[in-house]
Every structure is written in structure tokens, then in C-alpha cells.
Design a protein around this ligand. Sequence first.
Ligand SMILES: [Zn+2]
Ligand SMILES: [Zn+2]
Length: 326
Amino acid sequence: METRCRCGDTCIKPLSNALKDIELFYEPCSDCKTKEIKKFSPLAEQINLDEIDNHFGSCKCGKRHLDIVMSHVLKVMIDEGIKDKKANLRNACVPLVTPGYPTNSIPYLPKDSLVILSNEVDKKCAETIIKEVEEVRGVLKGDIRKTVGIKDSDSNPHVYELLAGCDLRCDIIQTLYGALGIYKYQHEIHIEFPQVKSPKIKILEKALKDHDKPTVLDCTCGPGTLGIACLKAGAQKVVFNDIWNPAIEITLINLEANGFPVKLSGSEEKLIASGDKFEVYSMDIRKLANSLDEKFDICIIDTFPDVDTKEFVEAADKLGKKIVVI
Ligand SMILES: [Zn+2]
Ligand SMILES: [Zn+2]
């Protein structure tokens, strides 16, 4: 399967490239400078806003301190009348770096490494941010407190709005079986902030410990993180499923990017794609139980926060010998 980003650009790279020198990705060079900016004080009282442009605080290595990049974004928002002159960095917008990788100190950002999320920004402002702040690759409008995606087939999906640029991000996720790079179109897949070790991966690793080459059903696969981790762990077979079409689209991209070539099925309706040791479906879990006539060693359920998993567990009971709710 060919993996091209929706924006038409070469945003999707094989994982080996994404992981190359990842520890150095956000590190400053010896010439990088920063300026201390107080998050709760008005930006305009600390920096001459007219002096912020692409060169303010930038370095010959091409990186800028995150706070300076965010100051630049806030300056555009003030110019566009989205924020008032007293605005501070604390309530400017949410920075989502890509690749998502936990750093010990505030990252220094190269070009195209930041997606921002704001509840206030409009299209014109978003386009100006993309044009003027070269570290920003995408601007989303939305509320960070609202989870993106779909709870079940009875509810409407909630998505953020992509106002400008491309919002594809890659989260780097460490597992016992090697690192994964998980791409997400951030307006339609829930946000996970980088952590040294994901709690979900820890639960999965514990469940996999008791099995040698298990068969696994990832009922609500999202971007495919847990199922791909199972493939890396040597699972005999993994079935990915999600009723959210954007989740399936990105799962296929992530399978390819992590070294698991995908073959689109084309003819059969229920089976979307397959490959060596995996299949991908897009069905309501309650119907999936009627379509698959095998019982899996492990059945993973990873639903929305605050969703009652009872119905999922009941359906999964028909499909798995061991149910793991994550
Ligand atoms: Zn793109
Ligand atoms: Zn530098």
C-alpha cells in the first residue's frame, strides 16, 4: 500500500527515519539562545512584539526555544485581534510537538514540528500563523478538554477543525518489543502527551507476558498502537477493528510505517485490509462477534475515557478467552 499524507506532502516517513537520532531532535546546539518568558505575565510587557518574526530567537541550527515559538504564535493572535494586548503564554494555545517524544527540558523546535490547538483561532489567523511561524505545521480549532473520536456506533463523532496546514503528528511509543512510531491526524484521533512509558502499554505488556505467540483481537484499535505492539511482540495473528473510519485509515498507515506491509482487500466488504499475520476490520464490536468465528487468546478493549465498557466486554466475551480492558 502506498502511504501518502492527505496534504499531499511527504509527511509520512518509515519509522527508521522518525527514530533516527530522536534524542537529539529537540536538543539545542551550543549557540541556541533563549529568553526567559514568564507564563502568567502579559507577553507584551516582556518582549517588544514588533521584533518577533522568523528570526527572533532563532539560531543557525534552525531551532527555536518552544516558549519563543509560542510567543511568536501569540503575537500573531494579538495582531489578528484574537487575543488582547494583555494576553500571556499560559492561555495562548496548546502546543503539540511532533514527533511526540518525552524530553527532560523544554524542547527547541525545528521547522514543521508543532501543531497548535486553540479554541479561539479563526481561519485567517491560522493561515497567518502557518505563513509566519515556520515551526508550526498545522493549526487546529478545538477544546482540549473534549476527546476526539467516536464512542460507539450510536453516537456522533467529535472532531477538531483543521484550519490550516497539516496536522499529522507522530507519537514515539516505547515498548518492550521496540519503539513504535504512531501517526495521527490530530483533529480526529485523541491526543496523547508524550510519556516515557505509556500506562496502556504497561497493561498490554503484562497481559502478553503469559502468552507465547497469542492471537489477539484489538476491538477498538484507534490508530493501531496496541495491535502493532502485539505484532512487534511476535503475536501469531492480530485482528484490528474500529468503527471510526479515520482510525482505520491511520492504522493502515501505521502498519506500513512500522514495517508491516498492508494489502487492501478491495472486494470483501467487511475485511478492509490484511497482511502477514494481521487483518483489519471496521465494524461495531457487537456485530464483529457474529462475523468472526474464531476465539482469540487475548481481546483488547480500549474505549473512550468515561465510557461504560460493560457492553463491549459482553460482546468481547464471545470473541476472546482473556479480555483486557485498557
Ligand atoms: Zn501532511
Ligand atoms: Zn542552535
